[in-house]
Design a protein. Structure first.
Length: 146
């Protein structure tokens, strides 16, 4: 009987580990799909709208070596600064991971920022982004750090 009990525990453990790995892959795909929708909105509707739409209320964004804390502050930063500039931002994650509990995840990859100045000159810069994603109560993913 002891062997049967231990064998049953082993089967349950192995099954739960397999399911945990499958669930982790589902969560990673959700985050990648969210990143894709975020990037597509930035292209089609503009960077400010995309960032405000996909930001969590408690978002923190690092820009020009300063922290912008909260969704309202993020909106205000776009209203007073970047909203009128002629620029685009494209990115694609190279990596995604998610916590075992499925409530936090992160991505990183390359981005390209392109701006057209008042003389019509195009300037681009490239870099690496890192975004932290948090599952919301409705099951969606919003970023809390960028």
């Amino acid at each position: 009987m002891n062997k049967l009990f231990i064998g049953s525990l082993l089967v349950v453990f192995l099954f739960s580990c397999q399911n945990s790995g499958q669930q982790s892959e589902i969560w990673k795909k959700e985050i990648i799909d969210t990143e894709h929708a975020f990037s597509e909105m930035a292209k089609s509707e503009g960077v400010p709208k995309a960032f405000i739409t996909f930001a969590a209320d408690e978002v923190v964004v690092l820009r020009s070596n300063k922290l912008i804390k909260g969704k309202n502050a993020l909106k205000a930063s776009y209203e007073k600064g970047m909203a009128s500039e002629n620029f685009s931002l494209t990115w694609k994650p190279d990596f995604v991971d998610v916590s075992a509990s499925g409530d936090l995840g992160y991505t990183y990859g390359k981005y390209v920022y392109t701006a057209i100045d008042s003389l019509g000159n195009t300037k681009s810069s490239e870099g690496i982004f890192h975004t932290v994603w948090k599952r919301q109560q409705d099951g969606s993913w919003k970023f809390v750090w960028d």
